[in-house]
Ligand binder design. Structure first.
Ligand SMILES: [Zn+2]
Length: 352
């Protein structure tokens, strides 16, 4: 039997033994040294690693520190190549391909993580944000709402009358819609997670029909029903979310979100989320027998006002070219719906 020269490290002392090695694949490895004969059953070999063109390492045993046999022989390397793990193949490739492969592998690694951070992380954040439990969403929304209302002047009359009105419609199966009118010249409205909607008096003054108001409400309600704000927020603070999740701090996710009030207030929705809020919002109006064209009218009013691109509503709910034309297409076959008497009466009182 062929014997190869090698080195043996016993895993106990740092002493190296010069040995002769006989190999019977899948059966045993026999070491001959200092008048001893040491038989190692092949199943005790943990891994076989290769370096360069001729070095083979046999790691013996289950746990660290391993016993190691090192043999410098191209023949042994050939004979044991089939046992080498994927990681070892990489070692060989790097060793044989030199610096070119190192650069290539580094570049691929960076590209992979770059891609993950730019695309994967926000995507993951959106999913985490969207899937926060309903109860938690409610408490996050409530925290934002309280923080916002604390520094605002609420129009109690308008708040009460809109809430009374929308209680007659079926808008959300998941949440109780809690609407607040705030005195402000801002022409804007926004939805908070868990059912809260804030409307500024500035945008109400622009409206001349109750269908326009209901269009705004249906749009905001869809942002709530489809968890848009949590998804958008999750996207914008994805790295924090991932961090809380990785360290297993589920409670931390809620507090991270609550602490990001400012970030939340500066959010604007993506094109896709806006399109969804328009489309589903219009469907919600039809279901409630309200003329959905009110939503188009409201958009036209806001667009006309938006000469300098500073219109608040359009900044937080970006008005792309397509939004109005998509709605027109969707509602092309929609017949005129007269204003129902209760809605007309509400509007009369509301506008006083
Ligand atoms: Zn919107």
């Amino acid at each position: 039997m062929i014997k190869y020269s090698g080195k043996y490290f016993d895993g106990v002392t740092s002493k190296q033994h010069l040995v002769q090695v006989a190999i019977v694949e899948d059966v045993k490895i026999t070491l001959y040294f200092e008048d001893q004969e040491l038989v190692i059953p092949f199943e005790e070999v943990n891994t076989i690693e290769h370096f360069g063109n001729q070095t083979t390492y046999f790691k013996i045993g289950k746990d660290f520190p391993y016993r190691t046999i090192e043999i410098d022989s191209a023949e042994v390397l050939q004979r044991t190549k089939k046992y080498s793990s994927v990681a070892d193949k990489l070692h060989i490739d790097i060793a044989q391909g030199g610096i070119k492969n190192v650069i290539l592998i580094t570049a691929i690694t960076f590209l992979f993580f770059g891609f993950l951070i730019v695309y994967g992380l926000p995507f993951l954040g959106e999913i985490i944000g969207g899937n926060i439990q309903k109860k938690k969403k409610k408490s996050i929304g409530e925290a934002y709402y309280k923080q916002f209302v604390a520094s605002s002047k609420v129009d109690t009359f308008k708040t009460n009358s809109i809430n009374k009105l929308i209680a007659n419609y079926s808008l959300s199966a998941k949440y109780k819609i809690n609407l607040t009118v705030v005195e402000s010249e801002q022409k804007n409205a926004f939805a908070l997670p868990g059912g809260y909607i804030v409307i500024f008096t500035g945008i109400l003054e622009e409206m001349d029909k109750p269908e326009q108001l209901m269009g705004l409400v249906a749009h905001e309600v869809t942002h709530i029903n489809h968890r848009h704000s949590m998804r958008a927020l999750g996207r914008s603070i994805s790295s924090y979310l991932l961090f809380s999740w990785v360290i297993g701090d589920a409670a931390g996710i809620t507090s991270v979100l609550v602490e990001n009030y400012n970030q939340f207030m500066a959010l604007s929705y993506s094109r896709e989320l806006e399109a969804d809020a328009d489309k589903t919002g219009a469907e919600l109006m039809i279901k409630n027998k309200i003329d959905p064209k009110g939503m188009i009218e409201l958009m036209n009013i806001l667009k006309k006002e938006d000469k300098d691109g500073q219109q608040e509503f359009l900044q937080t709910h970006p008005l792309t070219e397509n939004r109005i034309s998509n709605l027109k297409k969707q509602l092309a076959n929609q017949k005129e719906v007269p204003t129902p008497p209760p809605l007309a009466f509400f509007w009369q009182e509301f506008k006083k």
